[in-house]
Design a protein around this ligand. Structure first.
Ligand code: TIU
Length: 220
């Protein structure tokens, strides 16, 4: 077992039973004209973490440990997009509308791609998910069970939406979850810090948090 100096106390994991989960590092959330910007968000806080997420992916790659990437996206006919999700709010463009990177949040469009520095390598798992959580309407449970995974290390965007939802889903399914603090971001920095606090409060009620540096020191 490897022990990471994490909060609220040490996080222990067996690399053979661990997967890195990189949530939704897609152009639609990180680049101008994508879903995130159409919702009215400032992209700067999420763009900032790209190099750290890439470094974390590189660390897992060097070790040959399991890496799973998710993409929030919908079928071209939007059959997996609840009408309520598309109708919500007053975005500049709605899910399925044509934007500068193709149709917003639609599978196979340029905007749904993962940004270059975080792009999946051959052999890494890529899961398209129609919801915020990675277990909803996906094969993630079966994929992780088939590999005997018990520990999940989380990164990606956004901290309080898809990362937190996926981490809570995983926690309820019995996974031991660690969120890498500087490899996740929100459009709202205050929401990121609140999420980190609520995850690790009450004796790691949802899971642990640690900076990338602490994770790397632990495995060195
Ligand atoms: N809007 C927002 O903060 N996030 C999302 O809609 N999806 C993800 O977090 N991936």
């Amino acid at each position: 077992m490897i022990e990471v100096d994490a909060a609220p106390f040490a996080y222990r994991f067996d690399p053979a039973r661990t997967a890195l989960v990189v949530i939704d590092m897609q152009r639609d959330f990180l680049e101008p004209g994508g879903f995130g910007e159409t919702l009215g968000n400032d992209l700067a806080p999420v763009v900032e973490i790209i190099p750290t997420v890439a470094a974390l992916i590189g660390t897992f790659r060097e070790k040959g440990w399991t890496i799973l990437h998710t993409r929030e996206s919908h079928a071209p006919d939007l059959s997996d997009c609840p009408p309520a999700k598309r109708a919500r709010g007053a975005p500049a463009l709605r899910i399925g509308d044509m934007g500068p990177m193709g149709r917003i949040l639609v599978r196979g469009e340029p905007g749904a791609d993962i940004v270059g520095p975080c792009a999946p390598a051959p052999g890494e798992i890529v899961v398209d998910k129609p919801g915020k959580g990675m277990f909803h309407a996906t094969d993630v449970a079966e994929i992780l069970q088939a590999r005997g995974v018990a520990h999940l290390v989380f990164a990606g965007v956004t901290t309080e939406v898809c990362v937190q939802t996926s981490m809570r889903e995983a926690n309820d399914r019995g996974y031991e979850c660690l969120l890498i603090e500087d490899a996740t971001a929100s459009y709202f920095p205050a929401f990121k810090y609140a999420t980190l606090e609520m995850i690790r409060a009450q004796g790691a009620i949802v899971g642990w948090t640690a900076p990338l540096d602490a994770f790397r020191k632990a495995i060195a």
